[in-house]
Design a protein around this ligand. Structure first.
Ligand code: PLP
Length: 446
């Protein structure tokens, strides 16, 4: 046995590792090879990656054109610092994104991941108002079921109490209102439309209470991922949110880090709600995991205010606009278009939804199956009538993850806080390249 393989096996048994993993007590298999929607470990075990890790690997794990694009770029130049140079892949990727972006989105700021994209959005929004002479604005309003990243600004706007609590004294100013969570909050006699308006109006009430002149922006995921399990809004909700933001002079930041870049069947998730934000954060599916990359996108109004003012965004990272990451992301985005993968996301998304309802819809502990495109969530409950969350003592997400991996399935269990209790769901976000056989395999193993 070669030294590397032996070390890997020892490491997988948890007996020897210098890597500071997320989980300090659990051992993990060692990923050795990617094969379309599958990951193979060093023991030769094959897993179908039905969640793309955390909704990342939207082209699977061995896309030849993306791999070639990375090799070609590295052959030319791997990295050039953006304090000195721009690069062709960054320019081309920005053109590609802007020409397809909603509303007045016209500029793209490349970073290395989702938290950085959200962090940059928060800071740019604040600097925009500063340069307009409105430096009294320092508050963000976001939603209770939300995850926007783990850096301190992004963590502040996120609503996940478990993640926030240890760092509470270090967080920036943020308030949280209700998300659009029809399964739990819509009254029996209320239409979807009426519910959407009612819950959106919570933002307006909160703005009145705190004073809109103190607020920078409202931050939301169009389809909530990690804290609620592919929770899509009812029709009209985001239109009303957009109206409230405009009426009160605050910005709308949409976090499409997880739900964007085709995951829900349109390139940008907010297209389906007929709204455009002032700032949009994206990552995960942008580079599909072939390279770490995220992006903050903004309108000309914001860009021009700073260009005509200080002329400098007071932010930046060493690896922003990394040429190899941009080349990979450009190849990913071209593959999505050239292979008409958004159509496959919609078709396979419908098939996955139907298969999940068929196989799991009557399960006593499954309260809701929902989502858009290839972004599907299964909410787990103790009781389907009361919708009471499962007993947190069960530690169900760890259990599901382990059992699923045992069966060769990667899914993404998680949860946010529901009425002070831990909620539970399983998130599915398989690659856009899957076919009906993969849908059957995922559903069967789940
Ligand atoms: N925003 C959303 C909606 C996310 O789902 C995530 C990650 O799961 C992030 C931000 C943070 O992204 P990253 O983990 O790349 O920093």
């Amino acid at each position: 046995m070669g030294l590397r393989l032996r070390q890997a096996r020892e490491c997988s048994r948890g007996s020897m590792t210098h890597v500071f993993h997320r989980q300090l007590k659990a051992a993990m298999p060692v990923a050795a090879k990617g094969d379309g929607p599958y990951i193979v470990d060093t023991e030769g075990k094959k897993y179908i990656d039905a969640s793309g890790g955390a909704a990342v690997s939207c082209l699977g794990h061995s896309h030849p054109r993306v791999i070639q694009a990375i090799k070609d770029q590295v052959d030319q130049i791997a990295f050039a610092h953006t304090g000195f140079f721009t690069s062709e892949p960054a320019e081309q990727l920005a053109d590609h994104l802007v020409s397809r972006a909603p509303g007045q989105i016209n500029h793209v700021y490349f970073v290395s991941g989702g938290s950085e994209a959200v962090e940059a959005s928060l800071k740019l929004a604040r600097q925009y108002f500063l340069e307009k002479g409105e430096g009294q604005r320092s508050l963000f309003i976001a939603r209770r079921q939300s995850y926007h990243g783990n850096t301190l600004g992004a963590l502040s706007v996120g609503g996940n109490e478990w993640r926030r609590t240890p760092f509470a004294p270090m967080l920036i100013d943020a308030e949280h209102v209700s998300p659009c969570y029809g399964y739990r909050d819509r009254q029996p006699d209320e239409s979807d439309e009426a519910y959407g308006l009612r819950v959106a109006d919570e933002l307006e009430s909160r703005l009145k209470e705190v004073g809109p002149e103190k607020v920078i922006a409202f931050v939301a995921e169009p389809v909530v991922g990690a804290t609620a399990g592919a929770l899509a809004p009812v029709p009209g909700y985001f239109k009303r949110i957009r109206e409230i933001c405009d009426k009160n002079g605050i910005l709308l930041i949409l976090d499409e880090v997880m739900c964007g870049m085709g995951r829900t069947g349109t390139l940008f998730a907010c297209e389906q709600d007929g709204v455009a934000p002032d700032l949009l954060a994206t990552a995960k599916g942008l580079g599909a995991g072939y390279m770490p990359i995220g992006a903050m996108m903004c309108t000309s109004e914001i860009y021009d205010t700073i260009r005509n003012g200080s002329g400098f965004f007071q932010h930046g990272h060493t690896y922003m606009g990394h040429p190899t990451a941009c080349a990979a992301a450009l190849a990913v985005q071209r593959a999505i278009e050239e292979d008409d993968l958004l159509a496959n996301v919609r078709t396979m998304g419908d098939k996955l939804d139907a298969a999940l309802h068929d196989r799991l819809g009557n399960h006593a502990n499954i309260g809701d199956i929902r989502g858009r495109g290839l972004f599907r969530g299964i909410e787990l409950v103790a009781d389907r009538v009361s919708k009471e969350p499962l007993d947190p003592g069960l530690k169900i997400d760890g259990l599901i993850k382990r059992e699923a991996m045992e069966r060769g399935l990667i899914c993404y269990p998680g949860g946010g806080t529901i009425d002070g209790k831990q909620g539970n769901h399983v998130l599915l976000a398989p690659p856009f390249i899957i076919n009906e056989t993969h849908v059957a395999e995922i559903t069967e193993k789940l």
